[in-house]
Design a protein around this ligand. Structure first.
Ligand SMILES: Nc1ccn([C@@H]2O[C@H](COP(=O)(O)OP(=O)(O)OP(=O)(O)O)[C@@H](O)[C@H]2O)c(=O)n1
Ligand SMILES: C[C@](O)(CO)[C@H](O)COP(=O)(O)O
Length: 250
């Protein structure tokens, strides 16, 4: 142990919490999004494998759809994971934030670093996962992978009625903006404190750490770590898998 009683970077144990309890309304009707197939395999299994691909990850906590925990457990039993990786399944909550908190509550003692990774980002490469873990090991309390934006962004006055034109109020300087992905990596105690402290709804975990006034840093994200949100994203995800198969010589 180091002087401040935190484990040294090489001793730190890492777990991944995967919120997978969403319905996937924007994807359209069907099974909960995490259970929909990508190339014949549920999206969640791709996401679990992406976390387990990192040799640093010793535990994966899957936060399942509230009525789907048994089904998820059966799925995980049926799909081989590396022997070094344990997994737990817990039923999720009404919001992503609540689901992550439930996953955090399920972590056993001895875990020092926590990754929070959307089941909806099934194709994140292991190099991105490892880069996030390394930056937490280097001392950052919170780390997010992110990419520069391709589009210009406008801040608007939201229209009261869908489809109505919305007045633009500002154009933030694009070079200063980043599109944030997951896994987001955290010192465990910091993330637990953030979830205990922040009560309003936020869209990612790192913003809760920002609200504590702590340092959040960005490492390079990856274009294959995109979030499957709308139907066209499924087409893109299957194309990425097909490209990987070609590159792997299958
Ligand atoms: N109550 C919820 C809502 C979301 N999530 C998870 O949070 C991740 C990111 O959320 P998003 O992509 O918005 O998924 P959904 O909420 O399912 O999508 P939608 O908003 O289209 O319904 C997903 O892996 C999703 O399963 C969760 O665990 N619990
Ligand atoms: C956490 C996240 O993936 C970072 O980009 C994103 O904020 C999740 O948003 P969603 O609306 O829950 O998909």
């Amino acid at each position: 142990m180091s002087d401040d009683s935190r484990p040294s970077p090489s001793e730190a144990r890492t777990a991944a919490v995967i919120p997978a309890a969403g319905r996937g309304v924007r994807l359209g009707p069907g099974a909960p999004k995490a259970l929909r197939a990508l190339n014949g395999t549920p999206m969640l299994i791709h996401a679990v494998r992406a976390m387990a691909a990192s040799r640093a990850v010793s535990l994966v906590v899957v936060v399942a759809p509230p009525d789907g925990a048994a089904e998820v457990k059966t799925l995980l039993d049926a799909h081989a994971l590396p022997e070094r990786t344990d997994f737990l399944v817990v039923p999720g909550g009404d919001s992503r934030q609540e689901s992550v908190r439930i996953g955090l509550d399920a972590l056993p003692p001895g875990i020092d670093i926590v990754l929070v990774h959307d089941a909806a980002r099934p194709l994140v490469p292991v190099d991105t996962v490892d880069a996030v873990i390394e930056a937490v090991r280097d001392g950052a309390p919170a780390v997010v992978p992110a990419l520069p934006l391709a589009d210009t962004v406008k801040q608007v006055e939201p229209a009261g009625v869908a489809g109505e034109p919305e007045p633009v109020v500002a154009t933030p300087e694009r070079a200063l903006l980043r599109a944030v992905q997951t896994p987001q990596g955290f010192d465990r105690d910091t993330l637990v404190r953030a979830h205990e402290t922040v009560t309003e709804n936020v869209t990612d975990d790192a913003s809760m750490v920002e609200q504590l006034g702590l340092r959040v840093v960005v490492v390079p994200g990856h274009e294959e770590a995109f979030k499957v949100t709308r139907p066209l994203d499924l087409v893109l995800a299957e194309a990425v898998l097909a490209r990987r198969r070609l590159n792997d010589g299958f």
